[in-house]
Ligand binder design. Structure first.
Ligand code: 6PG
Length: 246
């Protein structure tokens, strides 16, 4: 099955970007009358969005039917400031999402790969099958970031994890960019199983990598595509270069 073309949305600034992201999240939740699965990302990209979800938009989220997953994690204890799910919990999940609906990667396992195997099992139990069906996505919305080298989740350029076709989650012993701690990441097939893959990339620091990706660079962020859903890049003017370039 071929994926649909990527859509690029250029927000005026970082505030508009976070608000558009919040609207996408609420829209995906509204489209799904029953249980909803949202996959979150690490990095600084979603921080304003998380604030909005804790504040202005908190009342619009039907918390009892939403489940929260994480697309990649640093191999650190859950309360470490580097923990991606830890950041999301402190920012908006704790005290709002039912505790059983927050699905962190279990970083108390012996190795990143052991974490990956346990998380894959958890995802398979949630999904109700060991194989992903293209027409029945695992996630309703998956948030993604874009690193300076074109990585997304913890899928770094040229890493073996990129070639994975059957596992949903893998351990990554070496990160290519800071923080240089081992990681655990969803694979391209698992990320592809999303109704919407929503990349957030704002600020002038993203301009160079966004320009390379838009010119066709074959980097992980370009390879992550929803197989039977929407792939959306939400960037701001600073990242796009200028309103005219966009
Ligand atoms: C992580 C991430 C990673 C991140 C990008 C962009 O654990 O570091 O999930 O893929 O999304 O590096 O990060 P920023 O949003 O901080 O630029």
């Amino acid at each position: 099955m071929t994926s649909r073309a990527r859509e690029i949305i250029v927000a005026d600034d970082s505030e508009a970007l976070a608000r558009i992201a919040a609207q996408h999240l609420l829209h995906r939740i509204a489209q799904q009358p029953q249980r909803v699965a949202i996959c979150l990302t690490g990095g600084s990209g979603p921080s304003r969005l998380y604030q909005l979800l804790a504040g202005e938009f908190a009342g619009a989220i039907p918390w009892p039917r939403v489940h929260w997953f994480i697309g990649d994690e640093r191999f650190v204890p859950p309360d470490d400031p580097l923990s991606n799910m830890g950041v999301a919990r402190r920012a908006f999940l704790d005290g709002r999402a039912p505790p059983g609906h927050i699905h962190p990667m279990p970083t108390d396992a012996a190795t990143p790969d052991a974490v990956a195997r346990r998380y894959q099992e958890e995802l398979q139990n949630f999904y109700g099958a060991a194989q992903l069906a293209p027409t029945r996505p695992l996630f309703d919305l998956t948030l993604m970031g874009i690193g300076p080298d074109g990585h997304t989740a913890s899928l770094f350029p040229e890493a073996p994890a990129l070639a994975e076709t059957s596992r949903w989650v893998v351990g990554v012993e070496h990160a290519a960019v800071p923080p240089l701690v081992p990681r655990v990441t969803l694979t391209l097939p698992a990320l592809a199983s999303s109704r919407e893959l929503l990349f957030l990339a704002g600020g002038a620091a993203k301009r160079e990598i966004i320009t390379r990706l838009r010119a066709g660079a074959d980097l992980p962020a370009a390879r992550a595509r929803a197989v039977d859903g929407d792939t959306v890049w939400l960037i701001d003017r600073a990242a796009a270069g200028s309103a005219r370039d966009a």
